[in-house]
Design a protein. Sequence first.
Length: 156
Amino acid sequence: MNIQTSPRSLNIPGSGSDHAAIAGVAGAFDAAWNRHDMTAFAALFAPDADFVNVVGMWWKNRAEIQAAHLHSHATFLRDSVLAGKVEKVTFLGSDVAAAHVLWELSGQVEPDGSVGQPRHGILLLVLVRDGGRWLIQTAQNTDIVTGVLTRAAEKA
């Protein structure tokens, strides 16, 4: 995986093994998603983690994150495939890092039962080192919607 680091990471260094471990968490996120194994998926999160999905639903602990994903993977995401790429890691401290992951999701079932077009997005993961293991503390997921501008841009 190609991982960029920000200039800030030069001031608070993360080792190559930290980068590899963070990329490993992102890879495990995809792997658990693609197996539809929400127990393994939830285990990537800290017990008190937060997750805001692409439509603004906010889950406030590991159990809520798991329950929400169990439902979606039993229904409209049951055949989905997720492919992510860590684009940037910024170390905010020796035991805290932010990772931006670009992703593509295919195989989502639409309300009419058809398979939707692939979606693309950006997942921001804030990870914390806990006992030598990196866990997701906060996740914010955003769909990339091409051709859409904010109202501020429309007025300009």
